[in-house]
Design a protein around this ligand. Structure first.
Ligand SMILES: [Zn+2]
Ligand SMILES: [Zn+2]
Length: 178
């Protein structure tokens, strides 16, 4: 079983002995009743894991446990920064550094973005402080724009090529007729 005491799978009306997540029977895994329906179990361990991985709050909890608020890009300890920035003027100082003072100073980042097929797996997740996350998001957006305009250009060239080939064929046909 993974690192949680109680599964957070929301209540469903799955009947006793079936899994709340996949709806299949829960079986005794060992002992004399192995293979029989276990009416005291309401989830499969694997289903709890897949449920947790599908929950963005759980992803954040796991990343916090692993990284403890340290930015993967600039190595800033955001919790230490929060502790240092207390009292008068702290919000202004945080804003000057590029943070949103009332929000967490770190953000959950998908190393390979979801739009590019990245997953919610822990090894595709990292901690970034807000300014680093902003910078990464901006550069990803401009890369994406670049890719799009490049493929739009390729499209135009391909269409021009096709039109050229077609007119050459037509010319050849005309010449063959005469
Ligand atoms: Zn299940
Ligand atoms: Zn950073």
């Amino acid at each position: 079983m993974s690192d949680h005491r109680r599964p957070r799978i929301p209540f469903s009306d799955a009947k006793r002995g079936t899994c709340r997540w996949c709806g299949e029977a829960t079986l005794h895994e060992k002992g004399p009743k192995k293979g029989e329906v276990n009416r005291r179990r309401r989830w499969h361990d694997a289903c709890v894991d897949s449920y947790n991985e599908s929950d963005p709050r759980e992803a954040r909890r796991r990343v916090r446990r692993r990284d403890r608020g340290r930015c993967a890009a600039c190595n800033l300890d955001t919790y230490a920064l929060r502790r240092q920035q207390k009292g008068r003027g702290s919000h202004r100082r945080l804003r000057d550094l590029g943070f949103v003072p009332r929000r967490s100073l770190w953000e959950l980042d998908h190393i390979v973005p979801l739009v590019d097929g990245g997953s919610h797996d822990l090894d595709n997740l990292q901690t970034l402080c807000t300014p680093c996350h902003k910078a990464k998001t901006v550069s990803e957006a401009s890369e994406r724009r670049e890719r799009c305009s490049r493929s739009a250009e390729d499209d135009v060239i391909a269409r021009a090529d096709a039109a050229l080939r077609k007119s050459e064929e037509m010319l050849a046909q005309l010449e063959a007729q005469h």
